[in-house]
Design a protein around this ligand. Structure first.
Ligand SMILES: NC(=O)c1ccc[n+]([C@@H]2O[C@H](COP(=O)([O-])OP(=O)(O)OC[C@H]3O[C@@H](n4cnc5c(N)ncnc54)[C@H](O)[C@@H]3O)[C@@H](O)[C@H]2O)c1
Length: 346
């Protein structure tokens, strides 16, 4: 049984806690968070954009700490699950791996590439795993695309377009602070940057145009170029209107097929604007039936992979820290390209 300590009990801390209850081979045995009422089990103030609302919880048998350092130093843990704000990931991850714990850290791995590299070095030195919570490949549509691509049935990937646009999340503190959350580039688009890196490899260059808010990219279009000669585009960012809080999708080109999908929440309702569809040489549009429409299921699948990886001492590929680091590097390069109006080579 892997004993897990959760660092930072906000929205994601709660999502992870609830999903560990569905995960075999792991148990949350400690929680560190500054809010005294959450340590006492009153989670009613926790709010997010999916999953169940925060409730009163029975935390008997779980050690609670006010500080993450105290939890790392005192609790008997095999792993620390970091769901702190992004600017606090590096310090907590380095301390946890130095103390001999595996780490599962929410995305982005860190605010800067330098901090991310320090985390990777600390994990390597201690011989512990550092995994990063890039959950998108566990969402059914993206898992389906990955499976189809990797089957090799339709040849190589030759290009694609990705889209992720949300309404300005006015309720999230520090969202537009470059040193704390980093706006939609590091908070939102990083999901697609990671998926693009996973499917197409490391880009060799990119160009981004778009508009800014508080000197951070607000809404943009990026073209990524790859060694193979293929190009991928991504549109992402925020809009001010609250009537369409979420929109994501892709069009992925393979030599012998095209994969399509787009989902949006418009008003209060989620709809497929284009259900997962495969266009192949038959000339038909085929629609696979996919399981699991609840985002909580994607997190359950992600945590299952975390626990498998820790238990097998065989690091997960999809959640590995090098991909996560490359995703941060891509996002920073995109911001630089937008700011300078120039192509950036990676
Ligand atoms: N994968 C996803 O889809 C997804 C979705 C939302 C958030 N996230 C990520 O999860 C992480 C947390 O985001 P969130 O929305 O849960 O934030 P949040 O603000 O709801 O929660 C952060 C928690 O950390 C606590 N905290 C702050 N400083 C602390 C400290 N010094 N010591 C201990 N605890 C401290 C806060 O009090 C709070 O309880 C971020 O990295 C974010 O990018 C990922």
């Amino acid at each position: 049984m892997i004993r897990i300590g959760i660092a930072g009990l906000g929205f994601m801390g709660m999502v992870h806690f609830l999903n560990y209850q569905r995960t075999r081979g792991a148990k949350v045995t400690a929680i560190a968070t500054p809010e005294s009422e959450r340590r006492a089990g009153d989670w009613r103030a926790i709010k997010g954009n999916f999953g169940p609302p925060g409730e009163k919880m029975d935390l008997s048998g779980i050690e609670t700490y006010e500080s993450v350092d105290e939890m790392i130093g005192s609790a008997k843990l095999d792993a620390v699950d970091i769901t702190l704000p992004p600017n606090l990931h590096a310090d907590a991850a380095i301390k946890a791996t130095k103390a001999g714990k595996h780490v599962f850290c929410e995305k982005p791995i860190a605010m800067t590439i330098a901090d991310g590299r320090k985390m990777v070095r600390a994990a390597e030195k201690s011989g512990r795993q550092l995994l990063v919570g890039h959950v998108l490949p566990f969402f059914p549509e993206y898992a389906w695309a990955l499976k189809v691509i990797r089957s090799g049935k339709y040849g190589e990937v030759i290009g694609g377009a990705f889209r992720r646009v949300i309404s300005d999340p006015e309720w999230l503190p520090n969202y537009w602070q470059a040193d704390k959350v980093g706006g939609p580039m590091l908070d939102l688009h990083i999901h697609d940057a990671h998926f693009i890196r996973l499917v197409f490899g490391r880009p060799i260059a990119l160009s981004t145009i778009g508009r800014t808010h508080n000197d951070l990219p607000e809404f943009w279009h990026t073209q990524f170029r790859f060694e193979s000669g293929c190009t991928v585009e991504a549109t992402s960012g925020t809009i001010d209107q609250q009537g369409r809080p979420f929109d994501h999708g892709f069009e992925i080109h393979l030599e012998d097929a095209t994969l399509l999908f787009e989902f949006a929440v418009i008003g209060d309702e989620g709809h497929y604007l284009c259900p997962p569809t495969i266009l192949d040489r038959s000339g038909k549009a085929k629609r696979p039936k996919l399981d699991g429409g609840d985002p909580m299921d994607a997190f359950a699948a992600e945590l299952k992979e975390v626990v498998r990886s820790f238990a097998a001492e065989e690091p997960s590929e999809v959640l590995g820290c090098q991909l996560a680091l490359d995703a941060v590097e891509m996002c920073h390069a995109q911001s630089r390209s937008l700011a300078t109006n120039k192509q950036v080579r990676l």
